[in-house]
Design a protein around this ligand. Structure first.
Ligand code: 5GP
Ligand code: ZN
Length: 121
């Protein structure tokens, strides 16, 4: 299980963190990276990821959860930077097959600037 490794070969988001695959960055610090989704589902659609490899929500545990809480501390700041804090936004993390997770490096979608439907499809 990849519960808190540094870097996983063949993981596209680890490659983005490393700079091997380019990305349109919104925010970066020593722990996390935020970049625009390559196939946006809303006028604002960014992905918030930890720089360390955690495969999905199923792999969050006591020894790697600090970066997850850090992500949630940073989300208000990121939303403000994107100019969506007042209009609103949705955070989504797809976990596993039924949720259609396609990249196995935990990520939080931030979607905004349109009226988002509920329940999601
Ligand atoms: P998931 O389907 O796992 O919840 O979300 C993966 C997201 O990553 C998708 O929205 C997809 O468009 C995005 N994505 C996949 N590959 C790349 C890439 O190479 N660059 C960027 N910026 N986004 C990607
Ligand atoms: Zn990874």
């Amino acid at each position: 299980m990849d519960s808190g490794g540094e870097m996983v070969k063949d993981c596209i988001f680890c490659k983005i963190v490393k700079g091997d695959i380019p990305s349109d960055k919104v925010y970066e610090d020593e722990k996390i990276l935020v970049f625009h989704d390559i196939e946006p589902e809303a006028p604002v659609h960014v992905l918030v990821i930890p720089k360390t490899h955690i495969s999905s929500l199923n792999d969050v545990q006591e020894d790697n959860s600090e970066v997850i809480s850090y992500i949630f501390e940073k989300i208000p700041e990121i939303a403000n930077k994107l100019g969506v804090d007042k209009s609103g936004y949705r955070i989504v993390s797809n976990c596993g097959e039924d949720a259609m997770q396609t990249v196995e490096h935990i990520h939080f979608h931030l979607l905004a600037k349109r009226s988002l439907k509920w329940p999601p499809g």
